[in-house]
Write a protein that binds this ligand. Structure first.
Ligand code: SAM
Length: 287
């Protein structure tokens, strides 16, 4: 899978992908990542990439011409016809572009980047990421070239580079072969429900549930006692079905505590709902 990042700070990405899973994936040729300097597509002495906003207001805006030239140099053509964005990754390019490619504008105004989007993007051959700066990017670039605007959260960054790095990291680890254990992503926070998981772990009963959109359970390692706190006994006794039950309860507890809105979309069993009811009534009793 290939990532192209268009940015005025190509140097930002110099060391950022030189660690851990990304580095290994690049070395093994599973993923390639290239940052393209937007200023290389300017034609004036000052290599100007920005200008004042029409209508007045603070700050500067990234000009359309260098961005268009940069994208065309990467083989990205304008979308034909309707210039509104598609409603998702699957609408990308409106038939005018290689179906394996998505062009994404990083923007605080974008739709929220999620694990399920990361999964969809990981099925593509190529993702092109445009990093805004200053007050943002001339909207016509979005209209003409982009399949979607993505935000990595409800806050404003000073540039799209960190957001691009987040998207690359979250997507590339889902590319087949990148994570050591193919199934491990399914068992993480926001992972797949049990019914969709075929893999069993080394022939022994699975000691974890597919998260089905919940947060992950807490993890412990040696020593069994640290600073007066003991690792939960259940994790030490080797009973996989007990461990599995405990972990599910912890997933539900964490999600209820930290991200209750996720429960609305999570895949829950009748047993899950019973656990949730008892957690909630326990907490009501405490307050
Ligand atoms: N005026 C813009 C607004 O209020 O939406 C903010 C521009 S921000 C200072 C500059 C650039 O940072 C944006 O063009 C975008 O590329 C990037 N950026 C800022 N926040 C982001 C977020 N939450 N997700 C993704 N990119 C973001």
């Amino acid at each position: 899978m290939r990532f192209d990042i268009v940015t005025i700070f190509a140097g930002f990405f110099a060391g950022i992908f030189e660690h851990g899973v990304v580095r290994r994936a690049m070395r093994e040729g599973l993923v390639s990542i290239e940052a393209h300097d937007l200023r290389a597509f300017t034609h004036d002495r000052h290599r100007t990439v920005d200008d004042r906003p029409f209508g007045g207001g603070e700050g500067m805006v990234l000009k359309p011409e260098p961005l268009a030239e940069a994208l065309e140099s990467l083989g990205i053509r304008k979308k034909a016809g309707n210039r509104d964005q598609g409603s998702g990754i699957r609408d990308r390019g409106r038939g005018t572009r290689d179906v394996g490619t998505a062009v994404i504008l990083l923007s605080a105004q974008g739709c929220l980047f999620t694990q399920s989007m990361a999964r969809e993007l990981a099925e593509l051959e190529r993702v092109v990421l445009i990093c805004g700066r200053y007050e943002g990017v001339d909207e016509r670039i979005n209209q003409l070239y982009c399949d979607m605007e993505l935000s990595i959260g409800d806050y404003v960054l000073s540039g799209g580079e960190l957001a691009a790095a987040v998207v690359v990291d979250a997507v590339m680890r889902l590319v087949p072969g990148v994570l050591g254990n193919e199934a491990s992503e399914e068992f993480e926070s926001f992972g797949a429900p049990d019914a969709e998981i075929q893999a069993d772990v080394e022939g022994v009963p699975r000691s974890q549930h597919g998260s089905g959109g919940l947060l992950d359970y807490p993890q412990y390692t040696r020593p069994a006692e640290f600073a007066g706190l003991h690792a939960p006994e259940v994790l030490l006794n080797g009973d996989h079905s007990e461990i599995r039950r405990w972990r599910r309860e912890q997933q539900l507890r964490k999600t209820l505590l930290n991200r209750p809105e996720l429960l609305r979309r999570a895949v829950l069993s009748a047993e899950d709902r019973t656990i949730l009811d008892s957690l909630e009534s326990g907490w009501r009793g405490e307050s």
